[in-house]
Design a protein around this ligand. Sequence first.
Ligand code: NAP
Length: 247
Amino acid sequence: MTNSHTDSKVVLITGAAQRLGAHTARALHKRGWRVLVHYRQSREKADELAAELNAQRSASCAVLQADLARDEDIAALATAAQAQWLRVDALVNNASSFYPTPVGEATAENWDDLFSSNARAPFFLAQALAPELARRQGAIVNMLDIHAERPLREHTLYCMAKAAALMMTQSLARELAPAIRVNGIAPGAILWPSSGSNVAMQEKVLAGIPLQRLGEPADIANTIAFLLDDAPYITGQIIAVDGGRSL
Ligand SMILES: NC(=O)c1ccc[n+]([C@@H]2O[C@H](COP(=O)([O-])OP(=O)(O)OC[C@H]3O[C@@H](n4cnc5c(N)ncnc54)[C@H](OP(=O)(O)O)[C@@H]3O)[C@@H](O)[C@H]2O)c1
């Protein structure tokens, strides 16, 4: 085991206990980043991930809890992130809720839940961290969706919230330049929803992907790493990582 350098960069990844967020945490950690793993309910998985990464390099991963539907939690998360290692170089807005809201059944609670995790919290977190990110010439990556621009049947509220996050990405890129770069990633089908999806639906989705397969979590993690580490002249862009599905 090696020690983490106190001058190595720090990234806060929301919703990173599992799935794409956890893959991204591992990929950035491998490149030398120190990682702040945010979770809401998945404490055990967040702790396991931190133990795994800290076993590779001590003091290179810490976990932070917050319910991003609560304003006070968002503020506390931004404060705790900066207090952990006294620097934050990047924010990856990855946490998201996702489920159908067919017209006729959608509720105001659904609206609040889908908008808070997918648009509201990403904005207020970015705003709270902007002064620190600016000091570090930092970057923000927002996890969007190809369905921010093309509707997904029976998911109006989710698509609307991701569309808001897409505009937020472009708008913040203008307003926070030149100090902070802000980009988005629009995944196609990478991991089926943890809430499940039926085989017929999966076959239909696969039939619409020119590369004829699901993407790998590494495709997303590597694109985030590229935007953070290797793209100093890219801002305000949305990269579709979708096997050509949006074509
Ligand atoms: N998977 C795909 O193929 C795909 C496709 C298109 C877009 N995307 C986007 O890529 C990102 C990652 O996808 P994913 O499938 O890995 O995500 P996910 O598993 O559906 O969600 C990631 C985490 O978000 C957290 N979360 C949800 N609501 C929250 C809230 N109110 N406060 C705090 N945390 C909250 C949950 O944390 P806890 O478990 O700790 O509660 C969850 O584990 C998302 O933004 C998603 O929209 C993914």
